[in-house]
Design a protein around this ligand. Structure first.
Ligand code: PAF
Length: 264
């Protein structure tokens, strides 16, 4: 049985009651259109906590482009049903499924601004994106007060920003990074992959193959452009806690893909 709650304050009340019973709480925030990558986070939470909670909220504040928001795959009733069925199969106990207005009673007048890392890499190409991500994640973490919250490593920059925000605001929830789940071809699973044309689905795995190849960053860019990708960036990033990664974002047709790999 999964319990679905739409009112954030009711969610907070119910979670508080569970915590008072002494149960540990794991939390997996998502924007729906769930795939095996999301489900791996649910399984990890199930292993490490007494109760696993998830949220599905397509957060308008993190979309810098209204077409991207309108075409985001979660925005249709059949996806909603498939998502709930997948969460039930994964054994998730509680789901927060709020209306937009209920998450932004302040009309987004209050927001979290990070001044440095959020302006680089993806932030350079998506102004305001990480303000929206950090703001909604802070709201969700405050509503849930989980012991652990699980985030995929595919969104590496997001993950680092969330962990640093949790440190900066003394949040008690531990931010747990979880490995990227890939198709056999190497393509990182993403809700956006569903929007790739059949031809682009064949091309897309080249992104990962290129990132793990033993060539210079300039050669990687050329190799991707030759295959038809429009490269936003390929750059190294060094986090004091989690080490060096190679991060990339590309457009393939109208679909934006990101990926990252460990760098020695
Ligand atoms: O990675 C996502 O799905 C979203 O950015 C998140 C963390 C759920 C915030 O809306």
């Amino acid at each position: 049985m999964i319990q679905i709650v739409s009112n954030p304050l009711e969610w907070q009340r119910q979670i508080n009651a569970h915590r008072k019973s002494g149960w540990s709480i794991g939390f997996v925030p998502t924007m729906g259109a769930l795939h095996a990558g999301h489900i791996s986070l649910m399984h990890r939470s199930k292993k490490e906590n007494d109760i696993t909670c998830a949220s599905i909220f397509v957060n308008p504040a993190q979309f810098d482009n209204s077409e991207d928001l309108d075409t985001y795959p979660s925005n249709c009733p059949s996806t909603r049903e498939a998502d709930i069925a997948a969460l039930k199969r994964a054994g998730v106990d509680m789901l927060l499924y709020p209306e937009t207005g209920s998450m932004y009673p302040d009309n987004y007048q209050y927001r979290v601004l990070e001044q440095e890392l959020s302006q680089k890499y993806c932030g350079k190409f998506r102004p305001g994106h990480f303000d929206g991500v950090l703001t909604v994640v802070l709201k969700l973490l405050n509503l849930t007060h989980a012991d652990h919250a699980y985030f995929g490593e595919k969104d590496w920059q997001q993950l680092v920003l969330i962990r640093r925000m949790a440190e900066a605001f003394f949040l008690e929830t531990e931010i747990v990074p979880c490995p990227t789940v890939r198709e056999a071809s190497g393509l990182a699973l993403s809700s956006r992959n569903a929007r790739l044309s059949p031809k682009d689905q064949e091309t897309a795995p080249w992104l990962y193959k290129t990132l793990i190849s033993d060539i210079s960053l300039a050669e990687m860019r050329t190799s991707l452009e030759d295959k038809g990708f429009e490269v936003e960036y390929i750059e190294e990033f060094n986090d004091r806690a989690w080490g060096k990664r190679l991060l990339a974002a590309v457009m393939l047709g109208k679909v934006r893909l990101i990926d990252n790999v460990e760098r020695n």
